[in-house]
Design a protein around this ligand. Structure first.
Ligand code: NDP
Length: 248
């Protein structure tokens, strides 16, 4: 059975991605930092905790995938955090920078690296019907300045390069690497700024005048996982209601 690991899937976008992949026939490993499985996760879902900023925990979750499934068909690097406190760029502190970069950028980079090794081994071993893929969840913040959360923007710009690097390195082996870039999605992460974004959307910030939902992002990940987009390396899909579109 095809296996997917979705980091940060205890709630929010990652949960939406993991649920859709499961409905679509993947054997899914759900993950998050909380030690216990989320109360609303059905009993037959496999949950394994992993803080992606921690090397030992990254190794442990991948070992769990190998031990229980013997293959990793799809890695979705979704885990990500905003700064605990929004602060002007001139007041950004190093602890917040280290935290956000450690999870969003370092976590994504080294999950790609470890998963790539596992996938190359699987290809080498000749696993049946094996077409591994990686999807990184980036953000419109990769190219959009928000001076009250610079460390987040920098981390997502970095994820953009992680996608390119691994897409390049793994293309010849036949492992496509994609990036899905959400815009403004209705989750816990945007709860603190929900009213502000609601107003901006009503005023026309997005050509598609509504908040995105986790399912909007999940469907793009499923498209990447389908095999229909494989003649591409490092392709970015904007799940952003048209935010990236320049308008006059
Ligand atoms: P949420 O805050 O709603 O959920 C975050 C998820 O990540 C939770 O499952 C959480 O698990 C997990 N997580 C937090 N820290 C870590 C960590 N150190 N290691 C592993 N998992 C962790 O976020 P969203 O669902 O909104 O965001 C998901 C991704 O989408 C992120 O990468 C984010 O940057 C990106 N994104 C979101 C946008 C939005 O508008 N919401 C826009 C653009 C991008 P637990 O609760 O168990 O700790």
């Amino acid at each position: 059975m095809k296996t997917a690991l979705v980091t940060g899937s205890s709630r929010g976008i990652g949960r939406g991605i993991a649920d859709l992949l499961r409905e679509s026939g993947f054997s899914v490993v759900y993950s998050g930092t909380r030690p216990e499985r989320p109360a609303d996760l059905p009993e037959d879902c496999d949950y394994f905790p992993c803080d992606v900023s921690d090397a030992a925990q990254r190794r442990a979750v991948l070992r769990h995938v190998s031990d229980t499934r013997g293959r990793l068909d799809l890695l979705v690097n979704n885990a990500g955090v905003a700064p605990l406190e929004r602060r002007d760029l001139l007041d950004m502190d190093e602890a917040s920078f280290d935290r956000v970069i450690g999870i969003n950028l370092k976590g994504t980079l080294f999950m790609c690296q470890a998963a790539a090794r596992l996938m190359l081994d699987g290809l080498q071993a000749g696993l049946t019907d094996y077409h591994p893929r990686i999807v990184n969840i980036g953000s419109i913040s990769a190219y959009t300045s928000s001076t009250s959360r610079g460390e987040y923007c920098i981390s997502k710009a970095g994820v953009g390069m992680v996608t390119k690097l691994f897409a390049d390195r793994l293309a010849d082996a036949g492992i496509p690497v994609f990036e899905v870039r959400p815009g403004i999605i209705d989750t816990d992460m945007t709860r603190v700024v929900h009213e502000k974004y609601e107003r901006l959307i009503a005023e026309g910030l997005l050509p598609i005048r509504r908040f995105g939902q986790p399912e909007d992002v999940a469907r793009m990940v499923l498209a990447c996982a389908s095999g229909l987009l494989d003649y591409a390396a490092g392709q970015v899909l904007d799940a952003d209601g048209g935010f990236a579109l320049r308008r006059l």
